[in-house]
Write a protein that binds this ligand. Sequence first.
Ligand SMILES: [Zn+2]
Length: 116
Amino acid sequence: MHELPVINSILSVVLKHAEANQVQKVVTIYLQVGAMSDLEDTWMQQYFDHLSKGGVAEGAKLVIERMPVVMRCNSCGHSFEINIKDGTKPVCPSCSGEKHSLVSGREYIIKNMEVL
Ligand SMILES: [Zn+2]
């Protein structure tokens, strides 16, 4: 259940933007979510529907794009994308190092929104 606070903060950004631009209605919200975050699309939409009730963003559709997970090798500094779904331990393609730090993969970004 990590979706609720995330949706709350997304919604508040959306509403702030809507108010500043005198938006009548928010139709679609385009989000980029890191592949490593455990936010579920269905839950995000459900929480959003619940939280946005009665406001300009009520009924808006979330379009969620998953962003790749990027790691940086601790030994050589090389950055590379990993596929977290294949289950294998990521190895640096440059030096075969096995110790890495997460660069991106957990963030969520409001990329764009469609409004009336
Ligand atoms: Zn390396």
